[in-house]
Design a protein around this ligand. Sequence first.
Ligand code: NAI
Length: 258
Amino acid sequence: ALPLAITGVASGIGAATAQLLSSQGYALIGIDRTTPEDFPGEFVQADLSTKQGVSEAAAKVIALAPQGLRGLANIAGVPGTAPARVVLSVNVFAVRELTRALAEHFTAGATVVNLASSVAFNWRVNAAAYASFAMAADQEAALDLVLADTDIAENSYLFSKHCVRAMTEQLCAELLPQQVRVNSVSPGPVETPILADFKKDHGTDKVNSAAELLGRFASPQDIASAIAYLLSPQSEWVNGTDIRVDGGLVAYRGSTAL
Ligand code: NAI
């Protein structure tokens, strides 16, 4: 069977997704800046925060998959406590560039899944602006422009995840003629190492109150099963859309949800 590439496999949602997919029989090529202890497949160590790191990762993946790829899960991400330029580079541009670099190696029927967030559910308000940043030809110039806006610089994670949703539709349109599907998943708070950074970024009380309301945080497995569904042929007619996996948080809280 052709392999599937998956980023962010050293921790949290990416690690849980790799375990699930492996148990379902998928051949995997994992990508992360950190080398996982035991990965169920091939592993490529790469820093996705630079264009060069992304293209090196893509070249290694292609070398490991000479017959082609059945898809890509863009799960690696950084919280808003990282420098804004890194947040936007990893969460937005690495997703776009890795998808494009691997695109010609996707077979017909391949699928791409991107990780957005429940913080990005109301993205339609500014969908055109997010799309125009996310699809900008000159990545560095686009970064300079948006980071000059202190509101965006201070809310880089929120901005990045809105961009993931807008970009998912753009990439869906780009890859549709090649019969490749592109969707996103928007989790609410998930019990992974990133949660400690979310608490610093959004406030511990706000993050914890979501778990109080819902009875618990999501587990990485809650999110992995939605990702696996979108990667599978069972979701063949689901394309260019987002699945919120937040236990109902956004429905309950509306625009103040995390
Ligand atoms: P995590 O921190 O457990 O895992 C993130 C992984 O991405 C790590 O293995 C890390 O090494 C990798 N990574 C980060 N920067 C990288 C880089 N420059 N190059 C290569 N790899 C890099 O976080 P978690 O929770 O598993 O997050 C996965 C995705 O889900 C992220 O995109 C995150 O924004 C998103 N998400 C997470 C939520 C949560 O509450 N945990 C909620 C909503 C979205």
